[in-house]
Design a protein. Sequence first.
Length: 397
Amino acid sequence: MNALRVLIVHALYDTLGGGEHLSLRLADILRNAGHDVTVLTSTELDRDVVRMIFGIDISRLRIVVKRVGLAEALKCVSRGRLVRLRRLMVYRRLFKEFVEPYRDEYDVVIETQSNIVAPADISYIHYPALALYRSGDPAKRGIHWRVYNWLVRRYIDTRFRNAKAGRVVTNSRWTAGLIYRLYGVVADVVHPPVDVETFSRVASNDVREKLVVTVSRFTPEKNLMAILDVAERMRDHTFVIAGTVDRYTAGYYSAIAEEARRRRLDNVVLEPNCPRHRLLSYLEHAMIYLHPPYAEHFGISVVEAMAAGAVPLVYRDGGAWTDIVSPLSPMLGYRSIEEVPSIIRRLESDQRLYRELRARGIEHAKRFSTEVFGRRMLELISYVAEVKQLSRAVGRV
C-alpha cells in the first residue's frame, strides 16, 4: 500500500474510554504503517495520562486542536453533561471550517465519535446517537430527558440532513443491527483493538484467588452500584472496581464509595484511574471478571480480562454478549444481577469446567487483538482510498 494522507476526526477527549482508545490506536497503527496521519480534535490530551491508561505514546502523533467556543460554553453551563449535543456541535464546526476546505489534501477522512452517518469517508459508529433518542430506559423518561433527546434529534435533522458517510463501520454485530434499524445502513463490523498480547502475559498463572474484577468508567449508566449488591452477598470474595474518573464523574465515584462504606463492604476495593500495571496485577490473580448489568456495545475490558485468564460474566445483551462471551458458554451471561453469585459458586465448585472455560476465553480473546483490528482497518482504508481515486478518474470520462 502506498503512503496515504489520513485525517482522523475525534471531537472530544474529555473522557478516556473505548472510543478514545480506538481513535488513538488507529492513528498509531497508521503512523507505524508509514502513513501520514493527523488527528483533529477540540480538546487537549495529556500524553502521560494516555500512556498510563492506554499504553500509547501520543507524542509521536500529529494532533491538531481546534477549539469550539459554543461547545465549551455549553460544557461549563451543563457541568460536563449534554455530551451528545456538544459532540455534534463540535463535529459540525470541525467539518465545516477545518475539514471540507482542505478535504482534497487527504486521501481518507475518518471520524470516530459522532455516532451518526457523518460526512466522512469512513464513519466509525460506537453506538448510534439516535438510539438514546428512542431509549426505553425508565431512568431517561423524565421531561429533561425528553427535551434533551428532542434537541439532539432536531440538531441531527437540521445540521446533518444530507450527511452521507462513504463507509460505516461499527464495533459489534449487536451494534450493527441497531444501526440498520435506525439508519437503514448495513455497517461493516471491525471489532475495536485490544492489547491482547500484554494481558495474555499473566494468563499462565493457574493459582487464582476469590477475586472478582470489574473495569468500567465511573458513570451512572454503567450501573456499578449493582456490583456492590453482589459483593454484599459474597463477603468471602474481594471485588475490585477499576475505571476512569474525572471532575465530571467524581460525584458518582464518591456516591459508590459512600455506599460501600455505608454497607460496610470491606471486601470492595475501588481503583479510580487505575494504571495498567496495577490492573494487570489484579487480573493475574482474579478468578472472575464481572461486567455490570449494562448492554455494552462491545467491551474492551471484557476481552482484556479473558486474555489475562479470568472467566467473564456479562449481562445477556449487547455486543459484549453477542460477539465476545456467548461463544464461550451460555452460563456466562446473566439477565439479573441476582444470578451472579450462584454462577460464581458453580464455577468454583467445578474446577474442570472452570479450567475449560478459562482456556476457551484465552484462545477466543486472540480474535480481538490489535493486530487483527489493524489488518482489517488497513485493508478497508486502502480500499476506500482506491475508490476515491478512481472516482476522480471516472468524473473526467
